[in-house]
Design a protein around this ligand. Sequence first.
Ligand SMILES: Nc1nc2c(ncn2[C@@H]2O[C@H](COP(=O)(O)OP(=O)(O)OP(=O)(O)O)[C@@H](O)[C@H]2O)c(=O)[nH]1
Ligand SMILES: [Mg+2]
Length: 609
Amino acid sequence: MPQRTTLRNIAIIAHVDHGKTTLVDKMLRQTGSFTAHEEVTDRVMDSGDLEREKGITILAKNTAVQWNGLTINIIDTPGHADFGGEVERGLAMVDAVILLVDAAEGPLPQTRFVLRKTLEKRLPVVLVINKVDRPDARVKDVVAEVENLFLDLDADEHQIDFPILYASARQGWASTDPTATEGDLTPLFQTIADYVPAPDYEEGHGLQALVCNLDASPYLGRLALCRVVNGTLERGQRVAWCRIDGSVEHAKITELFITEALERVPAQSAGPGDIVAVAGFEDITIGETLADPDNPEPLEPLHVDEPSLSMTIGINTSPLAGTEGKLLTARMVKDRLDKELVGNVALRVLPTDRPDAWEVQGRGELQLAVLIETMRREGFELTVGKPQVVTRIIDGKVHEPMEHVTIDAPEDFVGPINTLLATRKGTMLDLVNHGTGWVRMEWRIPARGLVGIRTEFMTETRGAGIMHSTSDGYAPWFGDIRLRQKGTLVADRRGDTTANALLDLEQRGTLFVGPGVEVYEGMIVGENARSDEMNVNPTKEKKLTNMRASGSDNTERIAPPTVFSLEQALEFIADDEAVEVTPKSVRLRKVVLDVAQRHRLNKKASSSN
Ligand SMILES: Nc1nc2c(ncn2[C@@H]2O[C@H](COP(=O)(O)OP(=O)(O)OP(=O)(O)O)[C@@H](O)[C@H]2O)c(=O)[nH]1
Ligand SMILES: [Mg+2]
């Protein structure tokens, strides 16, 4: 087959935080991809607001560098398990991957996930052991662990024969020598040039370009990011647009862009192997093919793993609705969710029995929390229900999604960790004592059992433990899992909280609000130290006794309230509770706000049991 010999397409894949974006940064710098006057921040590819705040990559992005007469397209992928769908799409654009593994942490669950996807696609791998500058690096062991992982995942002989580089992405060098401590990235570029296959194509074949990702431009509307597989794509050309539903439409490519470093630049045409952005297709979506109008042959559409977690997202129905945001109606919420669906194949939106709420399914809590966080920044007010797992019927029985959990912790904590995971129906698969005082444990546990576990895990291991998880198939429903041991303190009326009332309530548990905060009936204002729900009045005025009539208030004496982030709030709530999200606030509430109505419902539920 003929090849585009001056082109290489690679994706960088790894577990979260193993240094992908840092490596791409240095590849850009060392190929002179930034002009002298361009001011560039660290990890420039993490360009989204939330990406910079959280220090993680959320969306896969592509860039291109020039090295020694080669154009190298690089896809930086996210390492967090919730964004695995992004990785799968990235793999559809490339001919090989760089697998990055932290020299101290070794392969972790997401390393396994991304490597499995790579091996399934039969892509060759370049292994980069990164962060060899770490004082706790265990280079030799980690290489052996990666080799075992390849065997474990049934890699074929060709794939197992991978080149290995040792690198410090942060310091900007890579070497084939495991003892190196400095240099530059030339050995990495050379390995890419030698080992990564140039894109090949069928001579004389008509156009075939696969839509692997989407983007939007304020001027041009939707952009489709495609990999050209065969033929040429030209600006102004009319093409066949093979849709997911099997239909074929005809449309004109109004704009065509290629990537140079961080810029999209207009181009006249693109050939096999090129990664391009095209405009002209209003509702094009991922997995569709642009093809030869005379002989349209669609490519295999992308497969993405099924969603495993869902939440209801609806309009804000609290008494405070409309006071903090500007996007409030059911129509606006639905339109926004529909817009998200187009660019996010790992997401699904289903109707509920209410006209103003929808069930949104995704791959994990963080993925859904990122969507909600993005929406609140755009000005939405929302009510979000407790995350639920998406079950499946297999052989007539209800099955639930499972997770594979890897834990690194000091050995002293093995006992408490066992208790924590076992009460959530986890099964330990393996325990390795590294002989350094640290152990690594592998568990399989219902995804349900992980909801809200992080806070408790941190407490149990005094902040020393590290826990990671990836999805691991389905298993028959495990029955009830009791997640939250404690109850709640719920406001019984609307008003502003007073220091006096909060001082009293502090005796009952942990408070979520400080003094002078507007609350409403049914709003959760604290965690009850006991396991039941308690209706309280946090707005009580101070009794004017002789002793304390002087007007001095008690504000300083109240402990600062526990303030939840959006993710923590979602983890905390129970089935009959919800989170109210506005651009300014995250409040916890009962689904049914009215005390009397809640009382009736509880009675009914307990009598029907
Ligand atoms: N010591 C050391 N730290 C590094 C090295 N490379 C990256 N880091 C650090 O590791 C952290 C994570 O780096 P990122 O480049 O954001 O990792 P990532 O793989 O892109 O993370 P995700 O995209 O969220 O999966 C940052 O604090 C980096 O500074 C390295 O070679 N040595
Ligand atoms: Mg990154």
